[in-house]
Design a protein around this ligand. Structure first.
Ligand code: ASP
Length: 333
């Protein structure tokens, strides 16, 4: 049974649905000249078949996820945390734009430490398009959120009937409904009809929640790139810097002085990779490779991509002060 009202009168367990906008909530609008967020929580809930898990839906925002600020993330995180701790809530579904879904998923994974499933879903086709994938994805997400099998998985992304761990998942295609993948790992489970099948249970991690330090740029390296991007970031008061480095963690030699300057000034530098899969590590002895960066005291995003490393560093910097505290909280992601 569906109850999309905002009154709290239901004693039976239910799935809490938090809507935030994204293509799943979009329809074509003549005046705007394209699709814009239109569908609210009750529209999404009302269109589902009658055999879905009982749910209650509420809207936090109704925006494309490219319009989210860090305050929006904080609002979503706080609401999901509150709902997940309600005794009658079986699990929480967040409907979200796919563009930044992986970042919200990782933030929730690290800071909402509950056994109950927290499931993010969205759509790649608007409700005005033939083949709108929103209801199928929402239905699959509801099934996962209500499933005992999904307890203890942390935050997951469910689209295209696949279940992906927040830590591994990334948006891989600009248009395909099968956009979400976990490169090098694959999905941790699937939704097949009414069944939720979990094949692999990722380890859990948590970080303290003290907010997000905003002054953390993410810089991407490319061949022959000058270090002025990073020099500018330091001049503007960056509190931490994430570099999507080359391969297994390598920078051109002429980036080392600015990295040293950051470290000498107490600014942590995290090295992620611009490769979509694989660890950050290498065995080279040449200048600018992994060992140079290790010697300069950089931290490493061994198994998470640059955008998730930025979320992690923003969390760590809001909670830690000294270099030792920062390194300890950063850990070995
Ligand atoms: N533009 C959308 C967003 O809000 C993309 C999507 O939802 O697929 O991220």
């Amino acid at each position: 049974m569906v109850d999309a009202t905002s009154e709290r009168t239901i004693a039976e367990p239910y799935v809490a649905v938090v809507t935030t906008g994204g293509t799943i909530a979009m329809e074509h609008d003549e005046a705007a000249g394209g699709a814009v967020p239109q569908l609210g929580a009750s529209d999404l809930a009302a269109a589902l078949p009658s055999d879905v898990p009982r749910l209650r839906a509420e809207e936090v925002v109704n925006l494309p996820s490219s319009h989210f600020t860090l305050e929006t993330l904080e609002e979503i995180r706080n609401r999901v945390g509150d709902l997940a701790r309600e005794p009658d809530v079986l699990g929480v579904v967040v409907t979200h734009g796919t563009d930044t879904m992986e970042e919200t998923a990782y933030l929730l994974d690290l800071t909402v430490s509950v056994e109950k499933p927290v499931v993010l879903t969205g759509a790649m086709r608007t409700a005005s398009d033939v083949g709108y994938d929103g209801y199928a994805n929402l239905l699959a997400a509801l099934r996962v959120a209500a499933a005992p099998e999904a307890r203890g998985l942390g935050s997951v992304v469910v689209l295209n009937d696949e279940i992906h761990a927040a830590r591994r998942v990334t948006k891989m295609h600009t248009l395909s409904p099968a956009t979400f993948q976990s490169p090098g790992w694959g999905p941790i489970g699937r939704v097949e009809g009414g069944a939720v099948l979990v094949g692999h249970r990722p380890g859990r991690e948590g970080l303290p929640w003290r907010g997000l330090e905003p002054r953390v740029p993410l810089l991407k390296l490319s061949v022959g790139a000058r270090p002025d991007l990073m020099e500018d970031a330091l001049e503007r008061g960056a509190r931490g810097v994430v570099i999507e480095a080359l391969g297994g963690g390598r920078v051109p030699p002429w980036w080392l002085p600015v990295i040293r300057e950051a470290r000498d000034g107490g600014v942590p530098v995290v090295i992620a990779s611009r490769c979509p899969s694989g660890r950050v590590w290498d065995s080279y002895g040449y200048v600018g490779a992994y060992r140079s960066l290790l010697d300069l005291g950089c931290l490493f995003a061994a198994g998470i991509n640059g955008q998730k490393a930025r979320i992690r560093l923003m969390l760590v910097l809001a909670a830690a002060e000294t270099a030792e505290e920062i390194a300890a909280l950063w850990g070995h992601p």
